[in-house]
Design a protein around this ligand. Structure first.
Ligand SMILES: Cc1ncc(COP(=O)(O)O)c(C=O)c1O
Length: 382
């Protein structure tokens, strides 16, 4: 086996969700996906595609009708343009887009800057490509990258930076003023910017600002997105990557060798999602905001320190006051109270001292889970 794959650990998220399934009264707060069904009209479009035998391969970059919908969605919502013919590739979820980007740009010895704590899906591909992740600590800057600190990490080995706002796991969003300052640094350096904006539609205060709206970094930027979170379509595996034409040609080759194309019925469902169901995220957000407020207030009342999550569907409280490591905390909570959360250390060691709680769960379950966590904290097992 390739040593690089052997060295990669199974993400902590899966370990805890597998374990909680063993308890009949278990509550799983590890889930990183909406708990709503895919909207009816989208499902019908997928069913119609199958019934009508639209089950073949498509163009490698995806159906042109879908690429046009993707293009017009970003144009209407965020006011920037990517050419559907040459600058958009439809992928099997954002994950396969991220994989295609890294495999296309990275070579042995390259460095990729990751503001941490960060989603665990990037580093394995970086390492498989022979490159190395360089961590930008955000734990003392409200989980947001500090431009001066970023500048100090740039070297002649730096090939790219990943930005993921709204953030998994912290729920942090980035404001325009900080984006301006980051762009001012990044535009001076010949590095790629990979902006994973998969949670953009789950922004609870103000409106999301996309790195795609900065013309000055257009030639170095990839915008990664998809319908998993916004339209509750995780299992449909539908994502997209946008970037400048000269590099998207290369991304398309990596995508071709890994998938040929995205699943065709899913592509038809996605056309429906982007043309007729743009409101779906707003409906789900009403529930997320209620749950976020509830979880935030309960955790604060328990004396845990946490930043109010402004987007995505995660709370990321500090559990340092308990004296337990995040892994010990998660295991003891699971075994004693049958509630599964993700230890912060799953998001690099900069997440140590925190846990991630997903509030993509019913309010009933969240009430029960918060009661159990409160009880757990009052009677901390030694
Ligand atoms: C930040 C982030 N990017 C990408 C993904 C993967 O999304 P997809 O289902 O589109 O592959 C996830 C999934 O949890 C995520 O949290």
């Amino acid at each position: 086996m390739n040593k690089k794959i052997k060295d990669i650990e199974v993400p902590g998220i899966r370990v805890f969700s597998n374990k909680v399934a063993l308890y009949p009264d278990g509550i799983n707060l590890t889930i990183g996906e909406p708990d709503f069904p895919t909207p009816h009209k989208i499902k019908q479009a997928g069913i119609a595609a199958i019934t009508n035998d639209l089950t073949s391969y498509s163009h490698n970059a995806g159906l042109i009708e879908l690429r046009k919908e993707v293009s017009s969605f970003f144009e209407d919502t965020y006011h920037f343009h990517y050419d559907p013919e040459k600058e958009i590739v439809i992928t099997n979820g954002a994950s396969s887009g991220i994989d295609a980007i890294f495999r296309s740009i990275l070579t042995e010895g390259d460095e990729v800057i990751l503001p941490v704590p960060i989603y665990s899906g990037y580093e394995p591909v970086i390492r498989l490509s022979g490159a190395k992740a360089v961590y930008l600590d955000t734990t003392k800057t409200d989980f947001l990258p500090d431009p001066a600190q970023l500048e100090s990490l740039l070297s002649n080995k730096t090939k790219a930076i990943v930005l993921n706002y709204p953030s998994n796991p912290t729920g942090a969003v980035i404001n325009k003023e900080l984006m301006d300052r980051l762009v001012n640094v990044l535009k001076k350096h010949e590095i790629f910017i990979i902006s994973d904006e998969i949670y953009s539609e789950n922004t609870y205060e103000g409106i999301h600002v996309s790195f795609g709206s900065y013309a000055e970094i257009r030639n170095q930027l990839f915008v990664v997105h998809g319908l998993s979170k916004s339209h509750s379509m995780t299992g449909w595996r539908l994502g997209f990557v946008m970037g400048p034409e000269n590099v998207m040609n290369q991304i398309l080759k990596a995508h071709l060798s890994n998938s040929i194309c995205a699943s065709l019925p899913s592509q038809y469902a996605a056309i429906e999602a982007l043309s007729n169901c743009r409101d779906a995220p707003n409906e789900m957000n009403k529930a997320y905001v209620k749950r976020r407020n509830y979880v935030y207030e309960r955790l604060m009342d328990m004396g845990l320190s946490l930043a109010e999550p402004k987007g995505a569907f995660y709370a990321f409280p500090s559990i340092e006051s308990t004296g337990l490591t995040s892994y010990e905390f998660a295991i003891k909570l699971l075994e004693n109270k049958h509630v599964a959360v993700v230890p912060g250390s799953a998001f690099t060691h900069y997440g140590e001292g925190f846990i991630r709680i997903s509030y993509a769960n019913s309010l009933d379950n969240l009430v029960k889970a918060m009661d159990r966590i409160e009880d757990f904290l009052k009677n901390l097992p030694s």
